[in-house]
Design a protein around this ligand. Sequence first.
Ligand SMILES: C[S@@+](CC[C@H](N)C(=O)[O-])C[C@H]1O[C@@H](n2cnc3c(N)ncnc32)[C@H](O)[C@@H]1O
Length: 234
Amino acid sequence: MLKGRLLAIAKEVPPSKCIADIGTDHGLVPVWLIENGIVQKAIITDISSKSLAKAEGLIKQRGLESKIEARTGDGLKPIKPGEVDTVIMAGMGGMLIRNILTDAPCVAEKVKRFVLQPMTAQSALRKWLVENGYAIVDETLVREDSRFYEIIVATHGSQRIYNEVYYDIGYMLIKKNDPLLKEFIKQKIDKTNNIIHHLERQNTENSINAAEEFRRKLLQYKEVYQWVLRLNKS
Ligand SMILES: C[S@@+](CC[C@H](N)C(=O)[O-])C[C@H]1O[C@@H](n2cnc3c(N)ncnc32)[C@H](O)[C@@H]1O
């Protein structure tokens, strides 16, 4: 039933008593986790009652009303402190995920594992996590058509980032030599080159400074690309 991005997210959830899927929408991930015996109970939330109704329809259809509880609300606010071991937040912007973590500190501090799949601002989210008492313990890349999705798994803890390129290309992706890493970096290099060409055409003071910053990033990406090529030759 699950595949691609959603399956990769579900696979990052360890056997748990109770998990929460925040911004669940369709509810496919918690249903899969319950039906595969990975979690005993799930709480699903969504800020939109219309979205949550989709998940509730699926839960009813699968007869899982006793195992999956739906709550309408903002971020982690519908969850009580200590109620869940693992939190999934997927398909939302990175800054929204950051705000959700900041807005409910009493709930967030009791959660053991966060499975995050930001659609945007992935680098900013990694930086925020590392600077705010979280450690990134795993990462996975998924590609659907030409789009890459970055799944970031975090726990409470401390972590040192030795090179700021690891905010753009997760260190764990390099450490585990993710099968999609080479193509992911190649796409990053191509996109950065396009941005630089676009900025160079504008020729304003701001665009000149921005182009300089992107050239610096490009060099870092190319360096990591070379490491990955070497890693795959040895
Ligand atoms: C694009 S869907 C992602 C659905 C699913 N998690 C996935 O990854 O496929 C984003 C969902 O997040 C919900 N959402 C947005 N802001 C939210 C918030 N502050 N708290 C809870 N849910 C939110 C939206 O209503 C929407 O259903």
